[in-house]
Ligand binder design. Structure first.
Ligand code: F6P
Length: 231
């Protein structure tokens, strides 16, 4: 099965101000992540937890066989080809800009649309729309932002269906890995799908900035490894 790599975009100018939505470029720290990302992805691709992690026959030989298993596995292993998927928003495209792989920008991967709250801080939303702020707290999965294009997590899950279908097609081909450079809410939905989180849990999954998650689908469930950089 092909690896799926997930990363948020680097810190954006609006992240820095605590404002949601918008289409800002990266902050200086976000730009450092952009520059560190090619090496971080190369590390994530090269990392194998026990010799050749994908081959159960090799693993079942146990500790004594590990060195041999590594040599055999390296001989047959083809290099993983990687395609990068971004949203159409500037912060994800900028984050991906130095990666030497084919790229596709998906509108479906754009961040949860927050309607009338675009560009606001959470404190400003609470002050201007207290009832709605409380409503979101009560049922974050189903709460739909009011105003033009406003969405809920439930809407987002529906919008992401074609992306998930395409991921499913890819994941059966062991050499066609995908790296998604995405947004917090979008990656919660994709990660939550891959790791079978419930609708109630999904809007609260922590997806920190400046970290790559490698997800390797197995026959039952997925194995996850995280790669960080200090920037
Ligand atoms: O703050 C970054 C961000 O991606 C916003 O653009 C988005 O509205 C928010 O995170 C989603 O997180 P939550 O659903 O927890 O507000």
């Amino acid at each position: 099965h092909a690896n799926i790599y997930l990363s948020r975009h680097g810190e954006s100018q609006l992240n820095l101000e605590g404002r949601i939505g918008g289409d800002s470029l990266l902050s200086p720290r976000g730009e450092r992540y952009m520059r560190a990302l090619p090496e971080l992805i190369a590390q994530a691709q090269a990392y194998t937890p026990y010799g050749h992690a994908d081959d159960d026959r090799e693993r079942s030989r146990g500790a004594d066989g590990d060195a041999d298993a590594d040599a055999d596995a390296d001989a047959v292993r083809e290099p993983e080809s990687l395609t990068v998927w971004t949203s159409t928003l500037r912060r994800t495209r900028q984050t991906a800009s130095l990666l030497p792989y084919p790229k596709i920008a998906w509108r479906e991967l754009d961040e949860l649309s927050v309607g009338a709250c675009d560009g606001m801080t959470y404190a400003e939303i609470e002050q201007r729309f207290p009832a709605e702020f409380a409503e979101r707290d009560n049922d974050k999965y189903n709460y739909r932002y009011h105003g033009p294009g406003g969405e809920s997590y439930a809407d987002l899950v529906r919008r992401l269906e074609p992306v998930i279908m395409e991921l499913e097609r890819h994941r059966h081909d062991p050499n066609k890995a995908i790296l998604i450079i995405g947004h917090q809410a979008v990656l919660r939905c994709i990660y939550g799908y891959l790791l079978s989180f419930s609708h109630d849990e999904l809007p609260y999954i922590p997806i920190p900035l400046h970290m790559v998650m490698r997800i390797t689908p197995k026959a039952y469930g997925c194995v996850e490894t995280r790669f960080r950089v200090d920037i």
